[in-house]
Design a protein around this ligand. Structure first.
Ligand code: ATP
Length: 215
């Protein structure tokens, strides 16, 4: 279980996250919606541990972030530019990242690349990838270690129709595997089709909890 307890964040006197509390469970997809700049990405950064909050706390399986661990363990995330090297292939990039945790081997990395519809042995460097391919490899990286918690920020952005279908299927499979998934998206269909529960953010505040199939 992930518990976000009254977190606040102010940057340059602007309140970015305003007293946000959430209790989230495994095997569930949570949708986060709201206008540009409403705080979805910042909330994900706070939950992952990439950004410290000014007040409140975040705990996962009873352990506190920044106290018991620096970043959440067993976390897959697409929000950052994943730190991929432009000169290396997608596979080589993921192999380098996988070395950090030493949890998976090349076969498992290749499987993850295939799952998002890319060719693991593609010899092109990441620099030459199209926007959609970059998006796919970021998702492959987020899921490759079978994390318990997956944070996806606009995962279907810049994907073609087939890519959107495929990535939605991957997200469903990850849920079935038991992962907790946080999904920020401006794509209404993503939210309606995938989310079990939806939170609405407005100017850093969690204003509403809405149900995706209500409309
Ligand atoms: N590096 C930064 N430094 C200062 N303020 C920032 C920074 N990044 C984002 N912000 C501010 O934080 C607020 C929340 O931004 P955030 O990126 O979380 O919004 P979002 O809901 O993800 O938006 P979008 O729908 O455009 O992705 C905005 O007011 C934004 O200007």
């Amino acid at each position: 279980m992930l518990v976000v307890n009254r977190i606040r964040k102010t940057i340059k006197s602007k309140v970015i996250l305003n007293d946000i509390s959430l209790t989230l469970n495994a095997g569930t997809i949570y949708g986060f919606v709201g206008r540009n700049g409403s705080g979805k990405t910042m909330l994900f950064r706070a939950i992952s541990g990439l950004m410290k909050v000014d007040a409140g706390d975040i705990s996962y399986q009873g352990k506190k972030l920044h106290q018991d661990f620096l970043v959440l363990p067993n976390l897959g995330i697409t929000i950052e530019n994943a730190g991929l090297y432009p000169e290396f292939t997608g596979l080589k990039n993921l192999q380098l990242l996988a070395k950090l945790n030493r949890k998976i081997d090349t076969e498992q990395i290749k499987k993850s690349i295939k799952r998002v519809g890319l060719e693991p042995n593609d010899s092109r460097s990441f620099r030459k990838y199209s926007l959609g391919m970059k998006q796919r490899i970021a998702i492959a990286q987020a899921i490759m270690e079978q994390p318990d918690l997956i944070l996806l920020d606009e995962p279907t952005n810049s994907l073609d129709e087939e890519g959107v279908r495929l990535i939605r299927q991957v997200i469903r499979e990850e849920k079935q595997r038991g992962a907790m998934i946080l999904l920020a998206s401006h794509n209404k269909e993503d939210i309606q089709l995938l989310a079990d529960k939806v939170f609405y953010l407005d100017a850093g505040r969690l204003v509403d909890e809405v149900y995706p199939h209500a409309e």
